[in-house]
Design a protein around this ligand. Structure first.
Ligand code: IMP
Length: 191
């Protein structure tokens, strides 16, 4: 029988497994969805043109390995002046050239517009995979600022503050991830 969702539980009951190695992502998701089980089990992140393709492929893999409700999230930073780079390559670019490398690529560039996008894939046994997404628009700063958050947060600015200068509660009022997770939460609460 399908049940009404309680905090951190799937449609059919049972805790939701969030497959991620990223403690920052987990904390942001948990603040919205309630208690989740963090599963740091890794999965194949294919090279594809969209975050949706990466998330759907990853979900096919993890749904075979885990029982019950499963979710994973793929995110990326899309910089307008760099024609959407790093986009789907965000994890690799963060590991290699990092925030300093993005600031270098943006030297002398007046158009600083950028956005983050988050795509969440969610599945339960016997149900088709659901996809939810969210975006936040901002600017690439001229310097890295702040020590909170993770990844590109210190160089991504909204209303004059980098996402690393605001706490989790404030980030969760505006972020791409907060929007995708809230969309999932709304869907879970619908019968
Ligand atoms: P993935 O979703 O873990 O593949 O993230 C891709 C890259 O974007 C990683 O380097 C993350 O650290 C970075 N990233 C994802 N979400 C955020 C965010 O909310 N703020 C800053 N960087 C992020």
């Amino acid at each position: 029988m399908v049940k009404i969702n309680r905090e951190g539980q799937g449609k059919k009951g049972g805790m939701i497994n969030f497959v991620t190695s990223n403690k920052g992502k987990y904390a942001e998701a948990q603040a919205i969805l309630g208690d989740l089980v963090q599963m740091d089990i890794g999965y194949t992140e294919i090279q594809a043109d969209t975050l949706e393709e990466v998330a759907i492929y990853g979900m096919k893999e993890v749904a075979l390995r885990l029982k019950g409700a499963v979710m994973l999230e793929d995110a990326g930073l899309f910089v307008q002046a760099l024609r959407g780079f790093p986009g789907v390559y965000s994890a690799y670019v963060q590991k290699t050239i990092g925030n300093a490398g993005i600031l270098r690529l943006m030297e002398g560039e007046k158009n600083r517009s950028a956005y983050f996008k988050s795509v969440v894939a969610y599945a339960e046994p016997g149900m088709q995979t659901m996809i939810f997404s969210g975006e936040v628009y901002g600017q690439i700063g001229f310097e890295a600022r702040g020590s909170q958050g993770f990844g590109y947060d210190p160089i991504f600015y909204v209303d004059g503050m980098s996402l690393a200068e605001i706490d989790l509660e404030k980030k969760n009022q505006i972020s791409h991830r907060a929007k995708s997770m809230r969309a999932l939460d709304d869907w879970l609460h619908k019968c």
